[in-house]
Design a protein around this ligand. Sequence first.
Ligand code: GSH
Length: 203
Amino acid sequence: MKFYNSIGPNPQVVRMFAVERGVELDSTEIDLMSGENRQGPYLEKNPAGQLPCLQLDSGDHIAEVTAICEYLDETNPGDSLIGATAEEKANTRMWTRRVDLNICEPLANGFRFSEGIDLFKDRMVVRPEAADGLKAIAQDRLNWLDKQIEGRDFIAGDKLSMADVLLFCFLAFGSSVGQPLNPDNKNVSAWFERMQARPSASA
Ligand SMILES: N[C@@H](CCC(=O)N[C@@H](CS)C(=O)NCC(=O)O)C(=O)O
């Protein structure tokens, strides 16, 4: 198994998840800044041209961070970060999807269409006029999430899950590119600090 890694929040999601699951990754760096990920050899592994990507022992490749995390979770011994029962798995996937679609995607596109536009404009369709709206959507869904997690230790309940790892990596990234946490969101802020204190946060 080989892990194609780069800078950015998506590879960090898998690295942090792997640490939490006790899985060691054999990593190969891809130079995202020079666009190595958008050229022939890498596109053969992941035609979406993005990082990360996991090469399986069979030679097949899996991309998309939640798919990679699910694969690592299912193929390694130890406590699952997705869930042990159908109910737990559905609950984790529900919160992961809410976090992914409502917060991570608009936050990331808000960045790509503004601060990150020079890097992304020749790689994908960028819409600078949409940037502020996307950032506002991410913040609005965080306001909603803040109320949802009142009294909870983690996003999906009382146990660490894939949803926590995904959201943490994107909020850490957001804070570093001009989309800081709103301190009024006390529950999300306290949760973020707890996540940041985990050794896996520096993965
Ligand atoms: N939906 C993808 C998103 C992957 C993604 O956007 N990766 C970023 C790095 S954080 C990337 O490859 N950016 C460079 C590019 O798009 O050329 C996933 O879940 O893995």
